[in-house]
Each structure stands twice: as structure tokens, then as C-alpha cells.
Design a protein around this ligand. Structure first.
Ligand code: EAX
Length: 325
């Protein structure tokens, strides 16, 4: 009798354990390299909320901020390996994984954010999302990092001549590095989580990023000068481990895709807000801002590099993006 009771109790415990495992809610991870209070923070928070709602709470996504899971290159690697399910990243380190995406990082390729958004949401951008699949990613949607501007601690910059000899941190992006050398910058590629300290300690004189990132990272504390160079549009992208995506039911896959599109809306709206208030806010924090930059001179400085890009990426492909309406 005693033995039977014990057996029953054990069986019950085992049953409970099995039940517990089957229903355990392990949250998927999604990361960004910058602070939660940012256009990217809103992006992944909205994504997490939308996935949960659209799957009736069956799937949870846990957001990680400020590079706590690593910089963007490390996060993309982790998603490729599957040790982390998701990340929202700028295209900075993306060309090292998916070379087809390099073309989007060409300076002065897009006229403005509206042009970039139309290209990314249109056939060119949607086609490019497919190039991520053979590399182990499901690219859920394009999002936005923003239009990049330059900051430094040394001098005000209105034309490329002012950049000569400035040591600037760049993203780990071969297209940016080639172009910025054309501006006369001494380029120092570096992961984002190291940038604040590098600026503070003077390891580099400057960096370039959208107003959204400059504010979220509080670069005004370590940079005196801001120039609205708007030299390049910086896309962002929601990446998921392909095997993890393929495991989902068709309905859940649709939920993830829909969540990423909704998140992109919130992300882009915040970029617009940041762009509208950024200059005033950064001025109030003590930055000296050059608004009227000689853009034509910046573009001319890139003529030789552009010839190189046309060879590399095909002039027709670049024109197809430039002329997209
Ligand atoms: O994605 O590395 C960068 O400068 C990026 O713009 C930043 O981490 C936001």
C-alpha cells in the first residue's frame, strides 16, 4: 500500500514536471545596441508587445537594450548561430554577413527619409530581404536608424576640408569607411558600445550618427560640435534566426511579420520626432550646431569613390535606387 502511494506520488510529480516543460514560457530574445529611450527602443518594445498580442500571449519576446547582449556585429552573429532569436540592428555590420545589402549604405544615395522608406518598403527593399535567407536569417522588415550627421570635439565643420585629419569612429562598414576616407577623415571602425568612452578619452575626435542616436547616447556630454551633414541614410532591420522562424506555424509567422511592420511604424515616427526637436535639444545641452553645411562640396569630394562604387555595385543598380519614385 505504502509502496503504491509512493509510486503514484512519483508518477504525479513526473507528470507535473513533463507538463511544466511542455508549457514553459521561454521568452525569445531581441536586442539593440543603444538605450531603451530611443527610436530603436520603441521599435523592439512595440515588436515584443505586438508579438504577444498577436499570438494571444503564447509567445513572449524579451527586449535587451544598450548592447547588454553585445554590439551589433555580435548580435547579428548570435542570431545567425541561433543563440539569440532576434535583433534590431543598423545595417552597419550587415555587409560582413550579407554583401548584397552594401549598396544601401552608399552616402547621398537617398534624397531624404521619404525616398529611403519608399525604396525599402517597395520592390527593391523587399527583394533584398530575401538575400538574408541563405545566410541563416529571416529578415522580418526594414526599420530605420536615421540620417547620419557628424560630431567632433575639435572644430566646427561646414565643408570636407574641415574634416581633414580628424580621427573619427565609423561603423564596421566597408562602404562607409571607403567613403569617409574620401572626405579626408582618419577612419576608426569600432563597435558602438565602445564609442562613448573613446570620445571621452580622446581616442577618437568624433563620430557620426543620426540625431536620435546622438541624443540617446548623450554624446553632447563628450562632443562640442555638430554638423548637419546628412551624408548618409542609415537603415535598420529586424533580423530573426531562420530556423527559429521556420519552426513557427504559418499563423505565428504572419504575427511576427505583422509585429515587425507595426514596430517599424513606431520606430520611424520616433525618428521624425527626434529629427524635429534634436537640434534645439542638443543646442540646449551646449553643442554648437552648424545647420548650413556645404553639401555640394561633400558630394563632390566623393566623386572618385563613387566611380569605385559604380564598378562594385553596378551603375544601373545604383540608378534604380536613386531614381525610384
Ligand atoms: O544602431 O553603430 C552605430 O553607429 C549605430 O548607428 C548605432 O549603434 C545604432
Amino acid at each position: 500500500m505504502k509502496k503504491t502511494t509512493l509510486c503514484l506520488a512519483l508518477a504525479g510529480l513526473l507528470g507535473l514536471a513533463a507538463f511544466g516543460t511542455a508549457h514553459a514560457q521561454t521568452a525569445m530574445k531581441i536586442s539593440i545596441s543603444i538605450a531603451q529611450n530611443s527610436h530603436q527602443g520603441i521599435g523592439i518594445d512595440t515588436f515584443a508587445k505586438e508579438v504577444e498580442t498577436r499570438t494571444q500571449g503564447r509567445i513572449k519576446v524579451q527586449p535587451f537594450y544598450s548592447g547588454s547582449l553585445g554590439g551589433e556585429r555580435e548580435s547579428i552573429e548570435a542570431v545567425q548561430l541561433g543563440t539569440q532569436e532576434l535583433t534590431l540592428t543598423s545595417t552597419g555590420p550587415v555587409p560582413n554577413f550579407v554583401p548584397e545589402a552594401r549598396i544601401l549604405d552608399i552616402p547621398f544615395l537617398f534624397r531624404d527619409k521619404a525616398h529611403a522608406r519608399a525604396v525599402l518598403d517597395g520592390p527593391i527593399g523587399q527583394e533584398m530581404l530575401k538575400a538574408f535567407e541563405p545566410k541563416g536569417f529571416k529578415a522580418l522588415a526594414w526599420a530605420e536608424n536615421g540620417v547620419r550627421h557628424m560630431t567632433n570635439s575639435k572644430r566646427s565643420v561646414t565643408a570636407p576640408d574641415d574634416l581633414k585629419g580628424l580621427k573619427m569612429r565609423t561603423m564596421e562598414n566597408p562602404v562607409h569607411v571607403a567613403a569617409y576616407k574620401g572626405f579626408g577623415i582618419i577612419t576608426t571602425p569600432m563597435a558602438f558600445p565602445e564609442v562613448f568612452t573613446a570620445l571621452q578619452q580622446g581616442t577618437v575626435d568624433g563620430q557620426e550618427n543620426p540625431l536620435s542616436v546622438i541624443m540617446a547616447a548623450k554624446f553632447d556630454q563628450v562632443q562640442k560640435h555638430l554638423s548637419l551633414t546628412g551624408h548618409v541614410y542609415s537603415p535598420a532591420i529586424f533580423l530573426m534566426n531562420k530556423a527559429a522562424f521556420d519552426k513557427l506555424s504559418a499563423a505565428d509567422q504572419a504575427a511576427f511579420l505583422g509585429a515587425a511592420r507595426e514596430a517599424t511604424k513606431a520606430n520611424r515616427a520616433r525618428v521624425d520626432e527626434d529629427d524635429a526637436k534634436g537640434v534645439a535639444e542638443l543646442r540646449s545641452k551646449g553643442m554648437q550646431v552648424v545647420e548650413n553645411v556645404d553639401k555640394a562640396k561633400f558630394q563632390t569630394a566623393l566623386t572618385p569613390v563613387y566611380a569605385q562604387f559604380e564598378q562594385q555595385f553596378g551603375k544601373a543598380n545604383i540608378d534604380r535606387i536613386r531614381n525610384f519614385k
